[in-house]
Design a protein around this ligand. Structure first.
Ligand code: F6R
Length: 241
């Protein structure tokens, strides 16, 4: 695990964008799994801008969902799909056939998990998985206590995740459950990036990186990942030894 600390959120975002771009330059058919949430917003803005500037072709890149709020449709502005569509898929002209996202309104959500697991299996592993960290240490919607050998699954969300999640929505929304890739898929990704910014993430970053590896803090498993980068700004890193 490599921990890299940047002076400010702008440098953090620019360097993370360059890592995404570098992955695609190296492998134009790469399979990427990119988190929603506030943290990577600037990273995605830079990714789209650098790709345009350098003329990087994203047309063969494949994207797989990290997670989604169950019952929230792709047209809801708070959905992970909508966010990534706005930030990356539309600006980069990603063909819809290359976008493999959970349908969080599917009647059979177990079948939906299997569908996404199979797509990842067919595409042969995730090349780059970029995740944020929840205030409770979650990755995707792998909440504290998660069985870490799981692939895609549905879960009851922590109360804190339900409450914090309201920030993405224009109106109060029921967010009791989520559908998510599992920790097994995180651990198998060729490269994993954990991105965190701001003082509010400092305590959970310290716990995840410097304390025991435990499913009570799912992000702590990054310590065991074979090729992981923890990319932080100074504020998020401020409690590290
Ligand atoms: C969102 C996701 C979540 C967030 C995490 C941090 O797709 O997977 O695990 O990454 O909750 O959210 P922000 O970045 O909004 O602090």
């Amino acid at each position: 695990m490599h921990t890299i600390v940047y002076d400010n959120p702008d440098q953090l975002a620019r360097s993370t964008a360059e890592k995404i771009i570098g992955t695609v330059e190296h492998n134009p058919n790469a399979l990427l799994c990119l988190a929603g949430g506030e943290t990577p917003r600037l990273t995605y803005r830079y990714t789209a801008a650098i790709a345009k500037d350098k003329g990087i072709d994203f047309s063969a890149v494949q994207f797989v969902s990290l997670d989604e709020w169950i019952g929230v449709s792709t047209s809801n502005t708070g959905s992970c799909y909508y966010f990534l569509q706005q930030m990356l898929f539309a600006p980069l002209d990603i063909p819809s056939a290359n976008i493999h996202f959970f349908d969080a309104c599917a009647v059979d959500l177990d079948a939906e998990c299997k569908r996404i697991d199979n797509i990842i299996g067919q595409l042969k592993d995730i090349d780059l998985m970029l995740v944020g960290i929840g205030m409770n240490g979650h990755i995707g919607f792998n909440e504290p206590g998660v069985a870490v050998d799981q692939a895609a699954h549905t879960t009851v969300l922590d109360i804190s995740t339900q409450q914090v999640g309201q920030k993405y929505f224009l109106e109060n929304t029921a967010l009791q459950k989520g559908i998510t890739l599992g920790m097994a898929q995180f651990m198998q990704a060729q490269t994993a990036i954990l991105l965190a910014s701001g003082i509010t993430k400092a305590a959970i970053i310290k716990k995840a990186l410097e304390e025991e590896i435990t499913n009570a803090v799912p992000a702590s498993f990054i310590q065991k990942h074979g090729n992981a980068f923890v990319m932080l700004d100074m504020a998020a890193a401020s409690l590290l030894q």
